[in-house]
Design a protein around this ligand. Structure first.
Ligand code: SAH
Length: 205
């Protein structure tokens, strides 16, 4: 997967590639789909959500330009897979998920793998995570019409936010927002992508 689907398709960040080699994706997909864990596609997980496509996760993390010293906020823990990858390329990861059930199972998987620098909580990521802000980088694994302002506000100067942004269709543009020293922002379109929707509020289960 790392060689054929990531490196050969242009992912060059060595730390990102090493992280993908270190984390067994089959532990993050439903048992019945384990044989498909290394296909380059999104797969269904509980609560009607998906574990993202490996290439897209790698592309997003490469776009964050991490050095390994950052505090990172991830919105949309899902299975916990991308949080596990992030644990290898950042210093501390705060990952929020609106479904309590997904947050709990992700936490169990990360614990089982001995990952101690990821903190999962059930929370509405459209609000960011004020108690731990600011962040050097923020990654959002769900798409919305607009970037929620609290996320921009919780970035340090020079911080990067990567998130799918789009209208009503099923596709979004992967946007990188960089906060300047003066507090302004610059935006870059990194290409088309397809994510589950970012939904405000926490889920009942
Ligand atoms: N990164 C995940 C993929 C997550 S799919 C993985 O590797 O498995 C996107 C996730 O975002 C879903 O689990 C969905 O429940 C969650 N989500 C959607 N809106 C949210 C919100 N407002 N706050 C927190 N999580 C949210």
């Amino acid at each position: 997967m790392v060689r054929e689907q990531l490196a050969q398709r242009g992912i060059a960040d060595r730390a990102v590639l090493a992280a993908f080699s270190a984390i067994p994706r089959e532990l993050f997909v439903p048992r019945t789909l384990a044989s498909r864990a290394y296909e380059d596609c999104a797969l269904p997980i509980a609560c009607g959500q998906t574990i993202s496509q490996p290439f897209v996760v790698a592309y997003m993390f490469e776009a964050l330009a991490l050095t390994g010293r950052e505090r990172v906020l991830e919105v949309g823990t899902g299975s916990g897979y991308s949080a596990a990858i992030l644990s290898h390329v950042a210093r501390t990861v705060f990952s929020v998920e609106r479904f309590a059930r997904l947050a709990a199972s992700a936490e169990r998987r990360l614990h089982r793998l001995g990952i101690v620098n990821v903190h999962v909580s059930r929370a509405d990521g459209t609000l960011g995570l004020a108690s731990e802000a600011p962040f050097d980088a923020i990654v959002v694994a769900a798409g919305a019409r607009e970037v929620p302002q609290p996320l921009v506000d919780q970035l340090i100067a020079g911080g990067r936010l990567v998130m799918p942004v789009g209208g009503d269709g099923e596709f979004q543009s992967l946007m990188r927002i960089t906060r300047s020293e003066s507090g302004g922002v610059s935006e870059e379109d990194l290409g088309q992508c397809r994510f589950v929707p970012l939904v405000a509020g926490t889920a009942r289960r």
